[in-house]
Design a protein around this ligand. Sequence first.
Ligand SMILES: NC(=O)c1ccc[n+]([C@@H]2O[C@H](COP(=O)([O-])OP(=O)(O)OC[C@H]3O[C@@H](n4cnc5c(N)ncnc54)[C@H](OP(=O)(O)O)[C@@H]3O)[C@@H](O)[C@H]2O)c1
Length: 273
Amino acid sequence: MKVEGKTVLVTGSTDGVGRYVATRLAEAGAQVLLHGRDRERAHALADEIRRRGHREPVFYPADLSSLAEVRKLAETIANSQSRLDVLISNAGIGTSQPGPQRCISQDGHELRFAVNYLSGFLLMRTLLPLLKASTPSRIVNVSSIGQQPIDFDDPMITKGYSGTRAYCQSKLAQVMFTIDLAEELAGSGVIVNALHPATYMNTTMVRQGGITPMSTVEQGGDAILRLVTDDDIGSGLFFNGLTQARANPQAHDRDARQRLRKLSFELTGLPEV
Ligand SMILES: NC(=O)c1ccc[n+]([C@@H]2O[C@H](COP(=O)([O-])OP(=O)(O)OC[C@H]3O[C@@H](n4cnc5c(N)ncnc54)[C@H](OP(=O)(O)O)[C@@H]3O)[C@@H](O)[C@H]2O)c1
């Protein structure tokens, strides 16, 4: 896919790998829709892109720990953009943000599940009509190789909580949703894939976790961009960087995907399809 003239939403583009991806897309001539919570960083990035002579991005602020804000974000985009060619669901929190303790979202859901997965589910489902009207279109779920099965008897991890467990189940949920959505969208012209961009990129998430970075933002960002631009990429796949990989076995368990789908419709209040 050539991104010139295409409209691309990058969630979590005020920082880290999302910021890099948004910058590269703007350089390639895309109309970039920026998203995050931090208005100052968003406006600084928009100014930088405009100063370099690229198409001015539009910033849509929203806190993904609130389903009401996600709904409003999706509605605002749907009402203000005539098309959406690519949705990169990248915003996320790490194993220890805002702290190592169990936190809940504004809707009472476990915070990592809410921000890293459930918000993306609601955003994508609400923006699907626009993506379908803009085919050929693409969805990229920025997940991780860090994956842990969801205990459907306790998906909000009220027992045996750890930030790592919560992060890893939220990242596996993204892959499960990717496979499920790809099946649903087969033949529609919308393709959806997930990836682990790179291991311990030098980003705020990694630095705040006290981890020494092992990869660059460019490495992970280029793996994300490749899922936007490469032809014949397939759909419903998981990539480790540039290589197609197998996700945690739970992602390939149809019953588990069905349980996650049902739970996600229930928690977001969307009518089940
Ligand atoms: N870093 C790695 O090595 C690595 C490895 C594997 C996967 N990943 C995945 O890559 C993605 C990006 O990570 P990163 O390392 O670039 O992280 P980062 O530098 O910490 O950036 C995170 C981005 O997400 C946004 N965000 C966080 N919480 C939000 C919320 N509640 N509402 C709205 N936006 C929110 C932040 O925006 P504001 O600050 O403006 O809210 C920021 O733009 C994540 O999904 C992460 O799980 C990263």
